[in-house]
Each structure stands twice: as C-alpha cells, then as structure tokens.
Design a protein around this ligand. Structure first.
Ligand SMILES: Cc1cc2nc3c(=O)[nH]c(=O)nc-3n(C[C@H](O)[C@H](O)[C@H](O)COP(=O)(O)OP(=O)(O)OC[C@H]3O[C@@H](n4cnc5c(N)ncnc54)[C@H](O)[C@@H]3O)c2cc1C
Length: 320
C-alpha cells in the first residue's frame, strides 16, 4: 500500500509547503510500512528530486486543461490516481490549493479528513492525528476511523527532509474533465517574496501612522529577504494592498520569523500569525497585547527602532 502526497507547484517550481508534505507523508509511510508515492499535475522542475524527501514514485499527469488550478477538475484526477495506487492515506499541504481539493477528495473517497495537522500521527493503535483548533489556541487529537484518510499538513509544521535518492517518475493517463469555470485573467501580486511561502515576514500596523512611512519597513524586509505583511486597518485604509493583510479575515501564515511593528496584537490579527515559529514585536506601548504572544519584544518607537534593526542586520550580513 502507499501513502500518496499531492505536490503543488508555482512558476515551474515545487512549493516549499509541498516539500514539507512530501517529507511528512514519507515519514508516515515509514511508520506504517507503506511506500511514499506522490502525484503531481503539470511539469515543474525537480520532480525526481522528491526522492530526497523520501518519495519513491511520482505519478505525473500532464494535460493542458490542468494548467489552471481548478479544484473540481483536480479532485477527479486525484481520485483516479488514488484508485489505481490503492493509497489509504492521502496527504496535502493545508495551503489554499490543498484546502480546495482535500475536502472534495475526502467526500468522493468516503474518507475521514483531518485538516491542519501539526505532527506525525500516532499509528501504533489506530491512526490519531494532532491538529490545531481555535485559530491555533489549542490542539486536538483526532482519531481517524475510516479505511481511507485525507490529511492536510499545516505549512511550516514539519521540517523538510533533505536526504538522498531519486524518485521514479511515471506518466499517469488520467481522464480530465472540461472545467466548468474559465479563468479569464490573473493579476500577479507585486511582493518580491510570496507571503505564504516566506521564511521571514516583516509586518506593520497602524502604529506606522501612514503609507509614507513604509519605506523603512520595506528596507528591513529587503535586508532580511522577507515578505511584507500588514494589519487589517492598514489594508482597509489603502495604505497597503489587501494581499498583505494577515489575520482571521486575511491570510494565515506560519513563517519561521514574524516581525510585527506597530501592531497592537488584537485577537483577530493573532489568529493569522500565531503559528509563526518566532515572533518579534516592536511597540511603543509596553502594555500592547502582542507582547504576550512574542518570543522577543522591543518596547520603543518604531521610527527609532527599525532603522537600528536595519543597520544591525546589514552589519551581520556584511552589507555596507
Ligand atoms: C471580525 C473582525 C475581523 C478582523 N480581522 C482582522 C485581521 O484579519 N487582521 C487584523 O490585523 N485585524 C483584524 N481585525 C481588526 C483587529 O481587531 C484590530 O483592530 C487590528 O488588528 C488593529 O490593527 P493595528 O494593530 O495595526 O492598529 P491599532 O490597534 O491602532 O494598534 C497600533 C499599535 O501601534 C502601536 N504604536 C503606535 N505608534 C507607534 C510607534 N511610533 N512605534 C511603535 N508602536 C507604535 C500602538 O501602541 C498600538 O499597539 C478584525 C476585526 C474584526 C471585528
């Protein structure tokens, strides 16, 4: 039997979140004595290199109709791959693509679905998965009792395995439905680093007073190679574009480092960022709620602290 991992890609490259899912799926296969196989729709670079994450075989489906992500069409293709491989555990990243496909596939397979897994399952007695609940405020242990299970793994919850090996790549001839919707145009967001894939995120809020003050935030992000984010009021006031808005009603992220500048730390903001590995808060108010969620806090005026942070990072990186 196999554990099947869905591999997602963008601009010809496999997404970091999918490398995490591949590593996670391969570890589950190791635990259960199964084989780790992957399914990939399209033709990005580095397919055989998935062997480094422990994938033995990749089922590659190539069809023009799959060039645009369509959850309904993708689901039916994946169902065919599951049926042919006999996979009992199917793993997705809990990113926007995974969130769109996994529940649909679970319904079609009559499988139990666990979304937002954060650790390897306990498989010694049943199949029990730990997941985030209540916007990351608590964990739940979910026992999956169905024969087939679909799991989505939270981005940044599992370290990518960088082992050795090459995966066998086999073409899979799937029946591909005509999409019921047609994407007539896409507009790319302008950020230099994609927010959901970023290792480091520099974020700022209303404490910055106005859009004219964002240059120092951008400079800090550039120096760190980070993506930019903001609080909701900042996007609502059109100081920054809405695709940078993080939180309960914005994008949920889990970078390794989240730097929050002039953001109070309201519960709705925290809901989207509290899975970050390390949180650094810069706020002039020592009572700001964000300090309770912070790993490191700097009480001070952002207009004095941020330029010093830029200088310090430049010094460490040896940039003049
Ligand atoms: C249903 C609902 C959904 C929501 N969803 C979201 C969401 O997804 N994301 C989100 O962000 N918000 C969301 N909100 C809004 C949220 O409740 C807060 O109002 C918002 O997060 C506050 O943004 P802020 O921290 O930038 O601004 P403020 O609350 O105004 O805080 C500004 C902070 O900057 C500090 N500051 C001021 N000047 C300086 C300075 N010079 N140097 C350093 N610090 C300074 C202040 O001490 C303060 O802590 C939602 C609200 C509701 C009701």
């Amino acid at each position: 039997m196999s554990v099947l991992i869905f591999i997602d890609h963008i601009d010809g490259h496999i997404k970091k979140a999918s490398l995490e899912a591949a590593s996670y799926g391969a570890k589950i296969a190791e635990q259960t004595g199964d084989t780790a196989e992957a399914v990939l729709l399209g033709n990005p670079s580095g397919i055989a290199e998935l062997g480094r994450q422990g994938i033995k075989k990749v089922h590659q489906v190539q069809n023009e109709a799959l060039n645009t992500i369509d959850a309904q069409v993708y689901t039916k293709v994946l169902e065919q791959v599951v049926q042919q491989t006999g996979a009992k555990t199917i793993v997705f990243s809990n990113n926007s693509t995974g969130k769109g496909i996994a529940p649909r596939l679970a319904v079609r397979l009559k499988a139990g679905l666990v979304s937002g897994a954060v650790a390897l399952p306990e498989t010694s007695n049943g199949f029990v998965v730990r997941k985030n609940v209540f916007s990351g405020k608590a964990f739940a242990k979910v026992a999956v009792t169905s024969d087939v299970r679909v799991i989505t793994l939270n981005p940044n919850a599992f370290t990518i395995i960088e082992g050795e090996g090459t995966a066998e790549v086999v073409a899979f001839n799937a029946i591909v439905d005509s999409p019921r919707i047609k994407v007539t145009g896409t507009t790319k967001t302008s950020g230099k680093v994609a927010l959901t894939e970023a290792d480091i995120v520099v974020s700022a809020g209303r404490g910055l007073k106005g859009p004219e003050n964002w240059q120092m935030v951008e400079d800090l992000a550039d120096t760190l190679g980070a993506a930019l984010a903001c609080s909701r009021p900042v996007a609502d006031a059109h100081w920054r574009p809405h695709n940078e808005h993080v939180g309960q009603t914005g994008i949920a992220i889990a970078p390794n480092l989240y730097i929050a500048i002039g953001i109070s730390g309201a519960i709705q903001h925290l809901a989207g960022v509290n899975r970050s590995k390390v949180i650094v808060v810069v706020n002039k108010d020592p009572e700001a709620p964000f300090f309770k969620a912070a790993d490191y806090g700097i009480v001070g005026d952002a207009f004095e602290v941020v330029p010093k942070m830029i200088d310090a990072v430049k010094k460490v990186k040896g940039i003049a």
